[in-house]
Design a protein. Structure first.
Length: 140
């Protein structure tokens, strides 16, 4: 197993496709990666098997996102390694007495995974929602 702090847009694309997430362009994935606070990829025999990233303001807010493990590699601890390494990297970048809040965005049924990685679940304080925004190219 090799842990890398950088992945390619092509590997990001492969990972999204492996779990049947919405298709986006390589250009969008490159931009997403370049705007990420932290990226981790786990490779076996030079093939990506797990990944994740943190996006945020580099100051006091960040969000774990795109935590993906190829279906055939799930339940082997790769996801926890990704989350743990991302959190360690963020902590290592903090100066004395600085704090940063890292939020998770679990998909349906994955909340306990994040709790097992050390995140807290306090539904009385917040709950997650989302929307996909898409440009309609039929009108110019």
């Amino acid at each position: 197993m090799e842990i890398r702090n950088k992945i390619s847009a092509a590997d990001f694309y492969k990972m999204r496709k492996s779990v049947k997430w919405k298709e986006v362009s390589l250009e969008q994935l490159e931009k997403a990666l370049s705007n990420s606070m932290n990226v981790i990829g786990i490779y076996e025999e030079n093939e990506i098997v797990a990944m994740g990233r943190i996006v945020g303001d580099y100051t006091f807010k960040g969000m774990l996102t795109d935590i993906i493990v190829k279906p055939e590699c799930q339940k082997k601890g790769y996801g926890k390694i990704v989350v743990t390494k991302l959190l360690e990297n963020v902590k290592a970048g903090l100066k004395h007495s600085e704090k940063i809040e890292i939020q998770g965005s679990p998909t349906a049924g994955n909340r306990n995974f994040y709790v097992n990685c050390g995140l807290e679940y306090e539904p009385e304080e917040q709950d997650g929602v989302y929307i996909w925004i898409e440009q309609d190219n039929s009108q110019n």
